[in-house]
Design a protein around this ligand. Structure first.
Ligand code: PEP
Length: 257
């Protein structure tokens, strides 16, 4: 792995200003884990407050609109997120693909808008349980990613800095179930091959591929030690500094000293 492991917390629709204390604790603890890149994606309302206070961790968003601005009541643009201090945005999360009916084409348009606005993109992908049981997981994820990844990163010099992929089997999110290490290794190898095909050997080899789905301090070391796993996207276990930094600690242990 040429880049530092990347541990990203997805707070989903959790957190009011009372959670700022937790963000501060995560930021302080991150100073003890400099071999790991730590970031959190809180709800929109906490992006600016966390950005103002954080010394080390990056703050990001969980969604953006595909347009720069205009008559889109209730929406927020990538440029507005950047203005509030966001450095990245999570896109294509299965909760949005399912709950908000986001198509691959829409996810790609959002990702292109985010790249254009200077944000880094974490592009989520993952199969449901029926697809996994039918043996179609790898094909499904390859097709989903091919249709969702932003076009605009192809011309950038720093593609691997600007783009991260997160493999999150839907059936593992928030369920306490995790994919087997063999299945994670197989999927991450397939995603790596796709990234090399799409972006060339140099850029495609450096893009980090995170695993997400019930990652906890207790299982993080094994998952993060699996080939081609460049970090974790963490939901529930990112809501307290103790459990989230337990995962960062495990990530640090996977880095050769
Ligand atoms: C997620 O929502 O991206 C996620 C991985 O959630 P959890 O860690 O709670 O499974």
């Amino acid at each position: 792995m040429t880049q530092r492991p990347y541990i990203v917390g997805n707070w989903k629709m959790h957190g009011t200003r009372a959670m700022l204390a937790e963000a501060r604790a995560i930021d302080r603890a991150a100073q003890r884990h400099m071999r790991v890149e730590v970031a959190i994606a809180p709800p929109f309302t906490l992006i600016h407050p966390i950005h103002r206070e954080a010394e080390l961790i990056a703050v990001g968003a969980q969604n953006c609109h595909e347009a720069d601005g205009g008559a889109h009541t209730g929406e927020i643009s990538a440029g507005m997120l950047a203005d509030a201090g966001a450095k990245f945005v999570i896109l294509g999360h299965s909760e949005r693909r399912q709950g908000q009916k986001e198509s691959n084409a829409l996810v790609r348009a959002k990702a292109d808008a985010a790249i254009e606005a200077g944000l880094r993109v974490i592009m989520c992908c993952g199969e449901d349980e029926a697809t996994r049981d039918a043996g179609g997981a790898v094909d499904f994820v390859k097709k989903q990613l091919t249709a969702s990844l932003p076009k605009s990163v192809e011309d950038l010099e720093d593609t691997a800095e600007r783009l991260t992929v997160a493999y999150e089997p839907i059936w593992a999110i928030g369920t306490g179930k995790t994919a087997s290490l063999a299945d994670i290794a197989e999927m991450h190898a397939a995603i790596r091959a796709l990234l090399v095909e799409l972006y060339g050997e140099e850029k495609g080899s450096d893009i980090r591929i995170l695993y997400g789905g019930s990652v906890k301090p207790e299982n993080a070391r094994d998952i993060l030690g699996t080939a081609e796993v460049g970090g974790a996207l963490v939901g529930g276990a990112s809501l307290t500094a103790d459990s989230f930094m337990g995962i960062a600690l495990a990530a640090g242990e996977t880095v050769d000293s």
